[in-house]
Ligand binder design. Structure first.
Ligand code: AMP
Length: 283
């Protein structure tokens, strides 16, 4: 595996692969790799001739007072993990390389970024779409892999790809969880042992919602209320949002029908965690 830090060098390689008819799979990440990231990389590996992953903690997608400075970074730990997962090229640019002096261009997706994490993290998705657009132009992937852990992000990126006619296929990958249900996240390292236990309330409350739907519950308000009550019963947990919205547009729902996304953001101590499940009702 080769580590590339220069935009020009990465672009030149990608141009050469494209011209040679080689398919490129791409996995953008912020690093501190875990099994979720590695699952995306292994999938990219099986479906493409060249696999590129990036590690870039994108300052543009962090709000004031968020954890940009504290976000875990460890390339010496990450590089061998990426290599073992089948990554051929690891793109690791600096902030200055991605946003040189004078930078002033941004990509904004509107409606689908308004709710959920878009509402509680103003500017977040503008940062995400801008960096992903740049990374697509640098890496020129045929396929790009995104985890369903960030379900709204998947919908936002899909919207951008469709609206801007980008020539890349977006491949969503299911959430990878610990054996006890906690969704893997680089931010889980922030959790103290007591908080780690409390964090299970996210996946447990999603399971409870799935059971309610299996028992015939169809009212979004009832499902959301049950989930909220479960989370509120956990003393270390504080709800940021609990939302049940239609897929793929993330619009409000009167009645559960077709595919709906139940998405949570919950603060456990100082750590903000997200999780979600798709609730599906036939007919
Ligand atoms: P991040 O480094 O947090 O920006 O994540 C990079 C990519 O990995 C994103 O597409 C995430 O959705 C995905 N990802 C993160 N955690 C998980 C997980 N537990 N399961 C599946 N994909 C994940």
């Amino acid at each position: 595996m080769e580590i590339i830090t220069s935009v020009r060098e990465m672009q030149a390689l990608a141009r050469k692969w494209r011209q040679g008819g080689k398919s490129i799979g791409f996995v953008p990440t912020m690093g501190y790799l875990h099994e979720g990231h590695l699952t995306l990389m292994r999938k990219a590996r099986t479906e493409n001739e060249i696999t590129v992953a990036s590690i870039f903690v994108n300052p543009l997608q962090f709000g004031v007072g968020e954890d940009y400075e504290e976000y875990p970074r460890d390339l010496e730990r990450d590089a061998p993990l990426a290599e073992a997962a089948g990554v051929d090229y690891l793109f690791v640019p600096t902030v200055r390389e991605m946003y040189p002096r004078g930078y002033q261009t941004f990509v904004e997706v509107t409606e689908v970024t308004r709710g959920l994490c878009g509402a509680s993290r103003p500017g977040h998705f503008r940062g995400v779409t801008t960096v992903v657009m740049k990374l697509f132009n640098i890496v020129k992937p045929d396929r790009a892999y995104f985890g369903w852990k960030d379900a709204q992000q998947v919908q936002v990126i899909r919207r951008m790809v469709e609206d801007l006619n980008l020539d890349v296929e977006i491949i969503p990958v299911p959430i990878v969880r610990e054996a006890d249900g906690l969704a893997l996240s680089s931010r889980n390292v922030y959790l103290e042992p007591e908080e780690r236990k409390a964090a299970l309330v996210l996946s447990r409350s999603l399971k409870r919602a799935e059971e309610l739907v299996a028992q015939g519950e169809r009212q979004p308000e009832v499902i959301k209320e049950q989930v909220k009550q479960m989370i509120e019963a956990e003393p270390l947990a504080q709800i940021d949002y609990v939302e049940l919205v239609a897929l793929p547009d993330l619009t409000p729902l009167e009645q559960l029908q077709g595919q709906a996304l139940l998405a949570l953001a919950v603060r456990i101590g100082k750590t903000r965690l997200i999780d979600n499940t798709v609730l599906e009702v036939e007919g």
